[in-house]
Design a protein around this ligand. Structure first.
Ligand code: NAD
Length: 332
């Protein structure tokens, strides 16, 4: 394959990804499965890794997919809301472990926190002086949209914080808005009965719902939330494990299935366990998120363009049929 052909293929992949991003993030109407999308994205990553001279700042690999529509007021994130690099196999998780160890001083062995990867939409909640201030979507990672009134309809979101320390300071929590499987089926069936448009899946519905212009309509839909990040400059944060427990103490809804893992083997066990168990959960998960536990180590490792180096998503194999995949698979 000539360099010219490589460059053309890269352009072609970028155009495809931009089209799929628009359908997924803005229109909420994906035309291919996540698995197929991830395959195409990965082809682009592989090519750009092999031919870094073709990387451009506007490549989809250099940014977080954007849901900005200009219908809501925009809010700039104090800390960018990044995406996560995906892994699909044990080997790739071992690679992640190796890269973390290489990036840390010799005597620092990373521990990991494993969490379920909730299949919803990410949201940031800002609190100041003990009060809920606003909620924002991830947007393009740098700037999100103000969805405060819609998020207020979720009863699990505390409007006041009573903790002695935290009620005095500014802090942010981040998490995932989602819809439980059964609530989704019931709600969709009711719509069908009323002759209203039905929805494809819970994730799609959650993502369309948080961007509705009428909070009264949002309040009728069964949105739920799990929080998984705590951010503040005002208090020294020690670890992701402590942060998750602190959020529970503050009154936030945290998924209870997180686990502190001493090494990558324990991480692999966790991934295997939840891949088997996923169908027994009342909500959809599409993988596991593995995070370096120590915040100090997270800071040492830092981030690249669209994802932190200290966290990774382990994606479960897709449940969709793979027939369409044959048409788009392309060998480098
Ligand atoms: P992602 O879904 O692969 O992973 C990052 C996201 O995981 C975070 O932003 C957060 O919202 C979520 N998350 C859930 N639980 C979490 C936890 N415990 N801790 C931290 N984060 C957690 O990345 P993305 O950037 O949101 O979306 C990209 C993915 O979307 C693609 O890999 C693809 O699967 C899908 N996509 C599909 C299409 C399509 O056309 N089908 C198009 C664009 C994107």
């Amino acid at each position: 394959m000539t360099k010219n052909q490589i460059k053309n293929r890269i352009d072609e992949l970028r155009k495809l990804i931009n089209k799929y991003d628009y359908e997924y993030y803005v229109l909420n109407k994906p035309s291919i499965s996540d698995y197929e999308y991830d395959q195409i994205f990965n082809q682009l990553l592989v090519l750009e890794k092999e031919y870094p001279e073709f990387i451009t700042s506007d490549s989809p690999t250099q940014r977080v997919g954007s849901d900005i529509t200009n219908e809501f007021k925009q809010i700039k994130h104090e800390v960018p809301m990044l995406s996560l690099a995906n892994t699909y196999s044990e080997d790739e998780l071992l690679d992640f472990d190796r890269r973390c160890k290489e990036g840390l001083p010799k005597n620092e062995i990373p521990e990991y926190v494993c969490e379920l990867k909730i299949d919803g939409v990410s949201v940031s909640l800002k609190y100041a002086n003990g009060k809920f201030l606003y909620a924002a979507t991830r947007g393009d990672g740098t700037t999100g949209e103000d969805i405060t009134n819609n998020v207020k309809t979720i009863r699990a979101v505390p409007l006041s914080i009573y903790d002695e320390k935290f009620k005095e300071i500014d802090f942010e929590v981040r998490g995932e808005i989602y819809i439980e499987k059964e609530a989704f089926l019931k709600w969709n069936a009711e719509r069908e009965l009323k002759g209203e448009k039905t929805f494809a899946n819970p994730r799609n519905t959650a993502s369309g719902t948080i961007k509705l212009l009428d909070p009264n309509e949002v309040a009728k839909r069964p949105l739920q939330i799990f929080l998984y990040y705590l951010l503040t400059d005002n208090i020294e944060l020690e670890s992701q494990f402590v942060n998750l427990n602190k959020m529970i103490e503050l009154g936030f809804r945290v998924n209870p299935n997180f686990q502190l893992c001493k090494n990558i083997n324990e991480v692999l066990e966790y991934c295997k366990k939840w891949e088997k168990e996923r169908d027994n959960l009342p909500y959809e998960i599409d993988g596991v998120v593995v995070k370096v536990n120590s915040i100090k180590q997270q800071k040492i490792l830092g981030s690249i363009a669209r994802s932190p180096r200290w966290a990774v998503a382990f994606k479960f194999p897709a449940k969709q049929t793979k027939t369409k995949l044959l048409k788009i698979t392309w060998q480098v």
